[in-house]
Write a protein that binds this ligand. Sequence first.
Ligand code: NAX
Ligand code: ADP
Length: 289
Amino acid sequence: MSSADVTVPFRSWSAERAAAWIRVPARDDHKYTRGVLGVVSGSRRYPGAAVLGVEAALHTGLGMVRYLGPRTVGDAVLARRPEAVTSDGRVQAWLLGSGQDPADRGKATARRLDAAIADGRPLVVDAGALDLLPRASAPVVMTPHHGELSALLGSRGIDAPREAIDADPDGWARAAARELGAAVLLKGPVTWAAAPGGELLRIAGGPAWLGTAGAGDALAGVLGALLAGHGDRVLDDPTALAPIAATASWVHTRAAELASAANGGGPFTILGLVERLPHAVGELAALGR
Ligand SMILES: NC(=O)C1=CN([C@@H]2O[C@H](COP(=O)(O)OP(=O)(O)OC[C@H]3O[C@@H](n4cnc5c(N)ncnc54)[C@H](O)[C@@H]3O)[C@@H](O)[C@H]2O)[C@@H](O)CC1
Ligand SMILES: Nc1ncnc2c1ncn2[C@@H]1O[C@H](COP(=O)(O)OP(=O)(O)O)[C@@H](O)[C@H]1O
């Protein structure tokens, strides 16, 4: 298979388009109407990914984050964010897999992932949960980088060398959505959102300083927060997944620009980016008024 037989038309994602997907709380909203995100992420090997995802979700704005994971990781999440809740309960969407490796997935994590997938709510499937995609029957958006997409397609018998994806990310984003039957947010210097049979969306890249460990874990948290706010809508209309994913990438990129600008155009940490997420969301909320 090749990525595409013809040139793929695309739509450039803009602030105006992104603004339509920012849910500004109304006067009578409360934490449960705003959306609850369940998070099964992190591991003893990568606890930081769980902290970054929860941090990013809370800074994007939503009703509540329920973090479910190993005790030590949950303690790290709570130390940084006491707003997070570490008990089970109803959620509107799930974020799975950041900071996990299927090769050392323990029984407890496997059980938590299985329960989340069986819950029937929309899913963000990142990093170490990508192998579980075939089990999902609810609407799914996956968030691979080029290396992860190459491995994922390879595991389905589709030859997609990383270099081929580097050379034609838009074609491969579209091909992956078609072959895997799910929405794809393919991360890279430019990010692409695609869904089976849907429009291809291009999200312009932010500063190259963004290419640093943990950037993708934060993006997954932003996307989880937006998805939790639109959980019921996505169940009715899964075509909403690609624009929501594109909006998450837009917000993440804008926060990166703001973080770099605050440092004179220099580098920033991912926690520095996270601190700018509310501003990026606020800009879109103002546009949508
Ligand atoms: N603070 C944290 O806890 C972090 C956790 N992370 C987690 O770490 C896990 C592994 O993520 P990765 O994205 O590293 O995936 P992989 O370790 O699967 O690497 C992806 C691809 O990049 C290649 N690669 C690795 N190092 C390279 C290098 N120095 N130069 C060029 N190519 C290289 C690998 O050969 C592989 O093909 C995920 O679960 C992820 O969520 C990362 O997001 C980093 C931050
Ligand atoms: N050169 C670059 N320019 C702009 N953005 C980049 C660049 N390289 C990577 N990114 C962005 O940084 C993030 C990296 O995600 P990922 O590879 O999953 O990182 P991690 O696994 O360390 O969290 C993605 O959002 C990607 O779009």
